[in-house]
Structures are given as C-alpha cells and as structure tokens.
Design a protein around this ligand. Structure first.
Ligand code: ADE
Ligand code: ZN
Length: 325
C-alpha cells in the first residue's frame, strides 16, 4: 500500500499526548512570547536534544518543554496545531490525552488550559467536522491524593472529559496505587485507560485490568512475556494502543524490525497504531503506519485491519463506529 493510500484512509488515533505535540517552532515562539530562556538556540539544537535513553530521559524534556505553555491562547495553539495535522492526515477521530498536573504543578489551572483546548476542538468540529474526545491522565509518579485533587479540580469540565488515564514514569508505580481514584472516576461515569507494559512488566497490565477496570491498555507490548495474559487479551479483545516510533525512540525495542506489533495482530489481539508524542519521536500517525510497511513488511490487509481496529477500540458509539467500518 502506498503512502498515499495510508494517507487517504480515514483513521482514528487513540494514544496521543497533547503536550507531546508541541513542535520545536511553537516551543521557540512561546518561549520568546513569555521571555523564557530555553537551553536551545536553534530548531536544530532542539532536534539534536531529542535523543533518549529511556522513558525517564524523554519525560524530563517533555515536562521542560511544557513549561512554555502559560496562557489560554497557548493551549489553543497547541491543540489547533495538532487538529490541523488530523485534517491533513485524515485522522477523522482522535482521543487526546492531557496531563493536568504538568500544568497545575506550575500554577497553570484548569481555567486556563481547558478553555484553550475546548475552543480549538470546537473550531475544528465546526470547520471540518473533526471528531475528538479528551482523556485526562494522572501522573503515576505523583501520589493518589494528588490524583484525587486533580479529579476534583476537573469537575466543572467533566462533561467534556470521556475517560481518565495513567501515564508518566511506569517503573515502581504500579496501577494499584491508583485503585481508589479510578473507582471514583468510574462512579462519575468516566471510562478508564492506563499505560501499562511499556517499560513496566506484564504484571502491570493485569493490574490495570483487574484493579483499574480499564477498557484498553496504552502500549501493552510487554504482554508477550505472559502467555496467559495474551490469551486473556485476545479472548476479551482488550485493545492495545501501540506506538511504534515511540517504542524505538525510548528503547523499548532496539530496532523497528524487532517490534512485536504484527505478531500481536497475527495472534488475534486488537492492536492499534498511534503516535504518542509525535514532536518528540519523529513522526505523526501516518509515519507510524509507514514504518510498519518499511521495516516489518506489513501487508495491505494488516494495515487495513489496524485501521479498522482504531475505530473498534475507540470510545465512539456503536453507530458511529459502524459509519467508519
Ligand atoms: N507521557 C507522555 N508520553 C508518555 C509515554 N510514552 N509513557 C508514559 N508517559 C508518557
Ligand atoms: Zn503515551
């Protein structure tokens, strides 16, 4: 399948951190606007700095980058930049994660970022019918009490939030740490997702399913370490939102030709392709599909199945899924 066909097929994206879409040029412009000095002079300096050893080395730059986001308009621009990419790449539906604590910890509140996000989302809906949902992610290296504070602060915006998620440093921060706050989120009618089995063990995938009651797993590629888990994921069709370029950049796999996404697909699991933090990992969604063709010889049938899975695994209503399938 040519790139133009990947480009042309309507797709959904289900694992995308809006803070991870901050482009180097937008970062430079916002730093200038707010008189913030960055450790970079040129765009090339930024690009050169984006070499990561592991998840933590990435997170350090990702949180540092987010510091240029200060005012409502900045969050509008951040969201708008990404929604224009959706239009360009034919991502007709996107479920976007945001990390409130990355902002509230710096004194930037829900009343600043939510109106910015929502006005961009509404403009894209009006202008070209862009479909979006928001997933509010808790930072798992912080405490459950801080996640509860975040959930409380989100109350005025609950109608615009589809689900809660769990991200940031996985190792030593198991899902069960957040059991109570996820139960509260469920009682408020929010769906649940969690990063698990990216750097952490397969056991954390069980934890996300059994303790947090998640509808899908973000990453989940370490499921291959547990055959009972693989069977469970297949039987229950619990989706994995896999992010190929991210996994290479963060050394979850050494090289793309070693990635297990197609073996998971061939095993009958509901796997999907996503870009995670495209500005940091070197490619938006279509590039992630293209990598699978180039390095794993993905067939047209496999690409089409992955795209179908992106809708099947989404939080769209059954009739909306049906429309795209
Ligand atoms: N936050 C942004 N991207 C992430 C990832 N890939 N894993 C965990 N936390 C993240
Ligand atoms: Zn992620």
């Amino acid at each position: 399948m040519s790139m133009s066909l990947i480009q042309a097929l309507p797709k959904a994206e289900l694992h995308l951190h809006i803070e991870g879409t901050l482009t180097p040029s937008r970062m430079m412009a916002l730093a200038k606007k707010h008189n913030i000095s960055l450790p970079y002079v040129t765009l090339e300096d930024i690009q050169a700095a984006y070499q990561f050893d592991d998840l933590q080395s990435f997170l350090n730059l990702y949180y540092q980058g987010a510091d240029v986001l200060r005012e409502e308009e900045d969050f509008f621009q951040l969201m708008w930049d990404y929604l224009l990419v959706c239009k360009e790449e034919n991502i007709v539906h996107t479920e976007i994660m945001f990390d409130p604590q990355t902002h509230t910890n710096r004194g930037v509140g829900f009343d600043v970022f939510m109106p910015g996000f929502l006005s961009a989302i509404r403009k894209a809906k009006r202008e070209w019918g862009q479909s979006t949902k928001l997933i509010m992610s808790f930072l798992r290296d912080l405490t459950e009490a801080q996640a509860f504070d975040t959930l409380d602060a989100s109350m005025p915006y609950l109608a615009d939030i589809e689900a809660v998620g769990l991200d940031s440093a996985e190792k030593a921060n198991p899902p069960e740490k957040f059991r109570k706050v996820f139960a509260k989120a469920k009682s408020l009618g929010l769906k649940r997702v969690a990063h698990a089995g990216e750097e952490g063990p397969a056991e954390y995938i069980w934890g996300a399913i059994n303790e947090l009651n998640v509808a899908r797993i973000d990453h989940g590629v370490r499921a291959t370490e547990d055959n009972v888990l693989l069977r469970f994921l297949r039987e229950h069709q619990i989706p994995l939102t896999v992010c190929p370029l991210s996994n290479i950049k963060l050394n979850v796999f050494d090289k793309m030709d070693q990635h297990n996404i197609l073996s998971l697909l061939n095993d009958g699991l509901c796997v999907t392709v996503n870009s995670d933090d495209p500005s940091y990992f070197g490619g938006y969604l279509n590039q992630n599909y293209k990598e699978l063709q180039h390095h794993l010889d993905a067939t047209d049938d496999q690409i089409v199945q992955l795209i179908k899975n992106s809708f099947l695994a989404s939080f769209l209503a059954p009739d909306e899924k049906e429309y795209w399938l």
